[in-house]
Structures are given as structure tokens and as C-alpha cells.
Design a protein around this ligand. Structure first.
Ligand SMILES: O=P(O)(O)O[C@@H]1C[C@H](O)[C@@H](CO)O1
Length: 301
């Protein structure tokens, strides 16, 4: 596997380097995007809603990393959803791919330079809250930053204030006024029976959690667990982007030890195939959901 890392210091994308990448992209796109969308694992079809699409593979962007995970195509799609200019990432970067969190969150800073002022981030996640079922959606009211508490973050190291202040609050990380709009959309689309609000956490992965991990996360008040989004939202809040995020619950995390069968698999195990399949099964519903959110946000100005 070849990692195309940035040649900058300590793999940090400097303001100057990101400005060069921004200029490269700006030459190829027609409009300044207002809303950034990040597609989670298996959720790339959210990008199919985009009209006048201009696709740019990450591999064709100078000094850009590449997606190495199944379910992440690895490209930007620029275009319009219901008349609003968007920048959509069909594929994100994860810590477990070997990228530091500064690189995982770097595209958010790039989006800011391109003109984005709102972020819609999605992820595939395991359900911890006993009320959740596979195929449900959890609107992120908040996150619990386990990696941050352990000293990992997208903004560790020297701070360039052109990306935002050194210290910044996270009490309103998930924008209450966007959440209110989404609550109304959930009612209008009659999705109340499958939509929840809760707390997400990002673990390092790529292995899924043990029963002890799951029990601990539940006791800490976490409702869904994945391997992304938190550092993206941190980078977004630092540079003033207003955020909305949701989890698609692709599996239920087990609080009980399963029975091992003869082929050494276990009745309560999660596998990435089912994670991707749930995304595929939900693609039409989620596409309409995201279209509605884009339209609601675009009326915000
Ligand atoms: O990119 P997301 O956070 O949606 O991806 C989740 C976490 C892992 O990358 C993968 C595990 O199946 O799905």
C-alpha cells in the first residue's frame, strides 16, 4: 500500500500548502461551495444527489492523501443540491489508516478555504443505546472525545491562527439551530420512529470493540461508536464552520459474550460487510434526508 503523504513538516498541511490545493481545485469548479458534506463508510451514494457534478479523485490532487478503505471511493464531488453549491467528500481519512488526526481533519480546513461555512458529516457507527436498531439514524447532539482526552487531536502542535484560535469552546459543537431544522425534517418525512439524538464517540480502530469496551462506553453515556467525525468537527469549529453530524447505526454493539461456533465465528460479532450493506440498503432514504437538510441550511442566510 502506498501512502501519498504531504511533504510538509511533520505531515502538517500548512496554510500555504492548503492554499495551493485550494487554488488547484478552484480552477476546476464553477461555484464556491457553501456546504461541505462528508460521506461515511458505505454512504458515498449521498454524493449521487449532486447536480452539475465535477468529480476530482484525491489521487489527482497534488500532495493529497488517498483513501485506503473499502466503502470510501476517494474523491471530491463539487456541484449543487437543490440549487445550493456543495463540496462532497466521497471518502474520508481515518486514524487507523496510518494518518495522524491532523491529516484526517485537513480536508475540513481545505473546505473552509474554498468557502464552506456549514458541515454535514455522516458516519457508520455501532449502536450502544439499547433503544437503537440497525438502520436507525442518530443525530449527534454531542460527542465524547476519547482520543482527545488521551492527547490526540487535529490541532496538536504549533497553531496557525489563520485556521482559528489556539483555544476555542466546544459546548455548542453541534449547531442547535441546524438541529432544530433537522428535527422538523424528521417530522415532515415521518422518520420519528427511526431517528434518535445522542452522543457519538470516535475510537482509534480498526478493530471493533470488546464487550468490556462496549460496557465502559455505555457507562460513560455514549450512544454510538465509530472511527471518525470527532476530529473533523473539532477542526471545523476551530475555523468557525457550523456543524451537523449523524450516525447510521449499522450494527448493535454487544454487551454480552457470544457463543463461538464450530467455524470459530461468534454469534455477536460485527463484520465490515454488514456495515457496508446497511449503508447500501439505506441509500435512497439517506439521500433524500441529506437533500432536505441542505435545502433547510441554505435558507439560513
Ligand atoms: O468513515 P466512517 O466513520 O463512516 O467509517 C466507519 C468506521 C470504520 O471506518 C468503518 C468500520 O466498518 O466504518
Amino acid at each position: 500500500m502506498c501512502f501519498k503523504m504531504c511533504s510538509c513538516n511533520n505531515n502538517i498541511y500548512t496554510y500555504e500548502k492548503l492554499s495551493e490545493i485550494k487554488d488547484f481545485l478552484k480552477e476546476k469548479i464553477k461555484n464556491e461551495p457553501k456546504i461541505g458534506i462528508i460521506c461515511g463508510s458505505g454512504l458515498g451514494s449521498l454524493g449521487n444527489a449532486i447536480a452539475d457534478a465535477v468529480s476530482i479523485d484525491y489521487a489527482d490532487i497534488p500532495d493529497f492523501p488517498v483513501s485506503t478503505v473499502e466503502g470510501h471511493v476517494g474523491r471530491f464531488i463539487f456541484g449543487h443540491i437543490r440549487g445550493t453549491a456543495v463540496a462532497c467528500m466521497q471518502g474520508r481519512f481515518h486514524y487507523y489508516e496510518g494518518y495522524p488526526l491532523s491529516i484526517c481533519a485537513m480536508p475540513v480546513r481545505l473546505m473552509k478555504l474554498l468557502g464552506v461555512s456549514y458541515l454535514i458529516a455522516s458516519n457508520a457507527a455501532g449502536g450502544l443505546n439499547p433503544k437503537y436498531k440497525v438502520g436507525d439514524i442518530m443525530l449527534q447532539k454531542d460527542h465524547f472525545n476519547i482520543m482527545g482526552l488521551a492527547g490526540l487531536g487535529p490541532h496538536i502542535g504549533p497553531n496557525d491562527s489563520r485556521f482559528g484560535p489556539r483555544f476555542f469552546p466546544m459546548t455548542n459543537a453541534y449547531d442547535e439551530s441546524i438541529l432544530n431544522k433537522v428535527r422538523q425534517i424528521v417530522k415532515d418525512l415521518k422518520m420519528e420512529n427511526k431517528v434518535h439524538e445522542g452522543v457519538y464517540t470516535c475510537v482509534g480502530g480498526p478493530n471493533y470493540e470488546t464487550v468490556a469496551d462496549v460496557r465502559a462506553l455505555i457507562s460513560l453515556g455514549v450512544d454510538s461508536v465509530g472511527m471518525s467525525t470527532v476530529h473533523e468537527v473539532i477542526a471545523a469549529r476551530q475555523c468557525g464552520i457550523r456543524c451537523f453530524a449523524f450516525s447510521l447505526i449499522t450494527n448493535i454493539c454487544s454487551t454480552e459474550y457470544g457463543t463461538t461456533t464450530e467455524d470459530h465465528s461468534c454469534s455477536t460479532e460485527v463484520h465490515s460487510e454488514e456495515v457496508l450493506k446497511v449503508g447500501k440498503d439505506m441509500e435512497d432514504e439517506l439521500r433524500i434526508f441529506v437533500e432536505e437538510i441542505v435545502e433547510a441550511i441554505s435558507q439560513d442566510t
